[in-house]
Ligand binder design. Sequence first.
Ligand code: ATP
Ligand code: MG
Length: 421
Amino acid sequence: MTRSVKAIRGMNDILPEETYKWEFFEQTVHEWLAAYGYRNIRTPIVEQTDLFVRSIGAVTDIVEKEMYTFVDHLNGDSLTLRPEGTASCVRAVLEHNLLYASPQRLYYSGPMFRHERPQKGRYRQFHQVGVEALGYAGPDIDAEHIVMCARLWSKLGISGVRLEIGTLGSIESRALHRTRLIKYFEQYLDKLDADARRRLYSNPLRILDSKNPEMREIIAAAPRLIDDLDEDSLLHFETLQHILRKQNINFEINPQLVRGLDYYNRTVFEWVTDKLGAQGTVCAGGRYDGLIAQIGGKSAPACGFAMGVERLLALMLEYGSEITQSVPHVYIVYQGKAAGDLAWKAAEYLRDEGLKTILHCGGGSFKAQMKKADASGARFALIIGDDEVQAEEVSLKPLRDAAEQTRVELRTAVDLIKKQY
Ligand code: ATP
Ligand code: MG
């Protein structure tokens, strides 16, 4: 016997019992983005490796350990499955000169790839919806992003997602902070783990993002960037807070919030839940004013965020959010050749009338077909046999209540069905 082929570890099939939730989520997100005037951008799933190394940063978890990078053996190029969406979005915006005339409000969605240890809420292929505003200096747009997130949580029926905000200041204030951080951590060399020691001089800010519980204490007491903040960044941060307060958005300031990617400056934020164990961050983002120039464009400010779809769906389950599932209006059962001709005609007619219709396929007794009709979730069965063909009528049987079966003309059946919805 040949060995069966399985999906790759950490990369999930999403089956019909789950996909209806995804479709509900996507539809909600779609309407929400339209309400704020964001337009969709779609970029390839594979990019030149260099794009991610340059944007996310060489000394980060993603680039050092998590990227699916491979050589295209046909031409020797180093390619990478996208681990996140911002870099690709910025690349496409520059390549097509979209910032030429005006700033852009954009969004993307789709699978991302990171070679992490698979566990609940952490996968190797996972899905994000990301929002990017390019060409905006903020802080109004930073606030817009946070306010729109809050609206989405309520649309999705989830509450109790905590907002943490922080600021990374300007490049200059980060340089000053970096020196202080190195001095501080040098005092605790024996307490740093291997990653932290290796990054102490190359990227000390990354140490603050460590998830190692043994370093929690020394990280908590580390010098805070917020204390080295330049005046403009401080004003930016205060204006953001002002708008959030006016919009009744609760937040905590987390001075150690740095995010796992190097391109952020000024505003950073995370939405965190306590209901999903260690994988509690459902959405995260911030400002990245330096990235566009770094990728080779004319310098322009920007900010954005991305949310993890799997984690949000898990949270919706925790909160018992109401998710509507599409069920067929009608299931047509029939027996006999002439009845078959009528059934096919009726099925297309019902669809013309906007009714979701399943036409039974595969034959079988009426009893067996009715079982299928019942299992389909349809509200009505439309029954066509020799008697119905003779009378040029159809039998309509309600499946979800005790109402009587009736025999009527097809047009009347349509009216009766529509009256029920
Ligand atoms: P974490 O701290 O959980 O590793 P991150 O900081 O690496 O997250 P981002 O790069 O900011 O995550 O991605 C934004 C969101 O995408 C996260 O908040 C999370 O909801 C989701 N996400 C990130 N990595 C994964 C993954 N491997 N599996 C599922 N969702 C993920
Ligand atoms: Mg991560």
